[in-house]
Design a protein around this ligand. Structure first.
Ligand code: ATP
Length: 747
């Protein structure tokens, strides 16, 4: 047994908490009219998740809450708890006992709890659905609903049977899958329309991107060319500049040297202007020498003449001396005799004055000496007056000669001095002349060399000027390329090339670069990072949508397959279920009516369907309404000994019996854990009540039964009886009663 108990609190007429435990296979609830028995059946519907307030006999949630009666104040909430023994795990939840509670508040807010934990309605429905007990309540037959199955349309009947056969789960799944499929199709449409929407933009972006890619390609090409060009140009400039400087440095040095040399030479030549002074001096010297020589010549002549005179005089003197040395030719001069006489007279005079004889004698001696000296002297003395004169002349001549000699000597010295000076001056002048010549030569040479150096320098300067133009171009190109290609163009410095190529290659390269630049500008694809980003985003989005579409298609396919599968299962299980029900139905029918026959048949009733607006209009297609078949269940009855056929012809009791037979048959095929029968037996006579009681008993072997009844026979089949009364203070009361009491209470 699965159903353990139900607890009502504030639900409808049950103001106070009431608990009914069901530890018997058949429990009967008895009580007078209006005591609240049906409210218990409704309490089951309520707690199992019934959403139709109408089937709970109310208009709004508030109607389910005890509204106050007599002394009892109205409740704020209605609560019903049902407890199952789940030790067999007939409910797929890992608890041995499962309590499901539903609470409704006056504001119509509902709460659902499983074992005290708040859950959603969906959780309750799913949990119970898996054990064939759902809110649809095929196992709860409300009062007056015994023949509901007979009154229902074929489609409703089919639904009831499907529910009873436990096919509701499949249907839920099918509905859910169809809903999902619908949603998926909507999503597919949405995604497709999104893709359609973005397609032109994507196409546009793609074209843009192609342009951009082309321009990127061109940029790459340009970068490659530009790097090589710049590197080679940079190298060329550096090398050429170094070359120019290398060539220039020695030339500048040379120029300075030449300048100095020129200055030196000029200095020399400047000095040469002073050579006139020297020449004049030389001329003067020449003149002086000439004069000196003249003078020397004259003196020499004088000297010779003197010398001649002298030698003739010497000859004369010699001759005279020879003559003088012969005595006969000796003469004295008067003067000398006079001088002697004078001296003697002096001495004689001096002696006369003296009386002294000695003095006289001495004076005599002296006079004698004077005379002897005189004679001696004149004896010896040659008459050399001529000689003396000659000698005197000689002497004079000699003196003159000496004088001349001295003068000559001086002149000679002077001549020598002048000659030396003359010679040195002359050689100086010669040397200077040589130097000037050299300097002049040097000036010519220097000028020639300077000319050469200057011309070389000039060449180098013009080379430098050309290079400056190249440099300017290079800088401008570098700036332009930098703007165009970004800073990383400067990487070119790390490149290395073979430099052996003609300069014209660079020209070619430059032309190529210009061409690419023009093409790039024409393409207008510069600065396209935004386009690329947008395209990548749009592509990502499109790819995402494409993937989404694939996924959606997949899930649509699998949902369609699932629906087909569910349809197939529903169809087969329904058919086999109906067969099984028919088997039981026949038996119960025959039992109830003591014969006869009854059966369910699957029937298809035509149903008009509205024009399908999803089908595109096409002239070849039917434009009329399309007919769609509707499957349902028909009931055929064949009463024994009566020619009555068809449900319409049955009496109220017959309807009740047929309906009971069918309900029981259904319950036998797929027994629910419990069945609630609210006065299903109301219309039965005694004989039929017995048969009903037998069926209840047989049914109870497979499902727990709760019967609400006024029928004594039915009560007799119950293991436990609950009596419900309407208390004097208002509100339903529960009595656990003995059968006899129950019978009394029921009455
Ligand atoms: P019968 O044997 O005639 O079928 P019953 O025992 O099945 O009667 P119910 O239909 O279960 O009786 O109970 C109806 C009673 O419940 C009524 O008296 C009604 O006033 C009372 N009732 C219904 N809803 C509320 C409510 N919200 N508050 C108080 N009482 C209520």
């Amino acid at each position: 047994m699965y159903l353990k108990s139900i607890e009502l609190s504030g639900f409808k007429s049950f103001a106070k908490k009431v608990e009914l435990t069901f530890n018997s296979k058949v429990s009967a609830i008895v009580g007078p009219n209006g005591s609240g028995k049906s409210n218990i059946a409704e309490a089951f519907r309520f707690v199992l998740g019934e959403q139709s307030i109408k089937s709970l006999r109310g208009k709004k949630g508030e109607d389910l809450i005890f509204n106050g009666a007599g002394d009892l104040p109205r409740a704020n909430r209605a609560s019903v708890k049902v407890t199952f023994d789940n030790s067999s795990k007939f409910l797929p939840i890992d608890f041995d006992e499962v309590t499901i509670e539903r609470v409704v508040h006056r504001d119509s807010v509902n709460e659902y709890l499983i074992n005290g934990s708040q859950v959603r309605l969906k959780d309750v429905v799913e949990l119970l659905g898996s054990a064939h007990i759902g809110a649809s309540g095929h196992h709860i037959i409300s009062q007056g609903e015994a023949d509901r199955i007979l009154n229902a349309s074929i489609k409703e009947r089919k639904a009831m049977i499907e529910d009873a056969l436990g096919l509701k789960m499949y249907q839920y799944k099918k509905i859910e899958s169809e809903r999902k499929l619908e949603k998926t199709r909507e999503n597919i449409k949405q995604v497709e329309s999104l893709r359609r929407e973005i397609a032109p933009h994507l196409k546009f972006l793609k074209k843009q991107v192609e342009k951009v890619e082309k321009s990127i390609q061109m940029k790459d090409e340009l970068t490659k060319e530009a790097k090589e060009y710049l590197k080679r140009e940079d190298d060329y400039i550096k090398q050429t500049e170094a070359h120019i400087n290398n060539e220039k440095a020695p030339l500048l040095k040379k120029e300075k040297e030449l300048e100095k040399e020129l200055n030196d030479a000029k200095h020399v030549l400047e000095k040469a202007k002073n050579k006139d002074v020297k020449s004049e001096e030389l001329i003067e010297l020449e003149k002086s020498l000439h004069n000196i020589r003249d003078e020397k010549d004259s003196l020499s002549r004088d000297f010779g003449r003197l010398d001649g005179e002298l030698s003739s005089l010497v000859k004369i003197v010699k001759k005279q001396e020879e003559i003088a040395h012969s005595s006969e030719h000796k003469t004295v001069t008067l003067v000398s005799v006079e001088q002697l006489s004078t001296k003697i007279e002096d001495r004689v005079n001096n002696a006369k004055s003296s009386n002294d004889v000695s003095v006289l004698i001495k004076t005599l001696d002296e006079v004698a000496l004077l005379v002897s000296d005189f004679i001696d002297r004149n004896k010896e003395k040659i008459d050399n007056s001529l000689i003396v004169d000659a000698q005197r002349d000689i002497e004079t001549l000699r003196k003159s000669k000496k004088q001349i000699e001295k003068t000559l000597e001086e002149i000679r010295e002077k001549e020598e001095e002048f000659t030396t000076r003359y010679n040195s001056l002359k050689s100086e002048i010669e040397k200077e002349k040589d130097r000037n010549r050299d300097a002049e030569k040097a000036v010519f040479r220097i000028m020639a060399e300077s000319q050469e150096v200057r011309s070389k320098l000039h060449d180098l300067d013009s080379k430098q000027n050309n290079l400056n133009l190249v440099k300017e171009d290079y800088r401008r190109e570098l700036t332009e390329l930098g703007h165009l290609l970004g800073q990383y163009i400067l990487d070119f410095k790390n490149l290395d090339f073979d430099y052996n190529e003609p300069r014209s290659n660079q020209e070619e390269r430059r032309r190529k670069i210009e061409k690419i630049k023009i093409r790039l500008e024409d393409s207008g694809g510069i600065g396209a990072t935004d386009v690329m980003k947008e395209f990548s985003e749009a592509t990502d989005r499109d790819q995402f949508l494409e993937k989404e579409l694939v996924d959606l298609d997949k899930s649509a396919t699998s949902l369609t397959e699932l629906i087909t599968d569910l349809d197939n299962r529903l169809s087969t299980e329904f058919k086999t279920g109906v067969e099984k029900i028919n088997h039981q139905f026949r038996e119960y029918f025959a039992l109830m009516f003591g014969g006869g026959d009854a059966k369910l048949s699957v029937t298809v009733a035509p149903k008009k369907k509205k024009k399908d607006t999803d089908i595109p209009l096409d002239e070849d297609l039917e434009t009329e309404d399309i007919e769609e078949s509707e499957e349902g269940i028909d009931i055929d009855v064949n009463l024994p000994k009566k020619k009555v056929k068809g449900l319409m012809m049955l009496s109220g009791g017959e309807r009740a019996l047929t309906s009971i037979a069918l309900l029981f048959a259904i319950s036998q095929v797929n027994p629910p854990p419990f069945i609630i029968l609210d006065e299903t037996d109301a219309a039965l006579d005694e004989a039929n009540s017995k048969k009903y009681g037998d069926m209840v008993e047989s049914l109870s072997s497979r499902s727990q039964l709760i019967v609400i009844t006024h029928n004594r026979e039915t009560m007799s089949r119950a293991g436990i009886l609950y009596g419900i009364t309407m208390g004097s203070g208002g509100g339903s009361k529960l009595l656990s009663v003995a059968f006899d009491e129950a019978v009394a209470v029921a009455k």
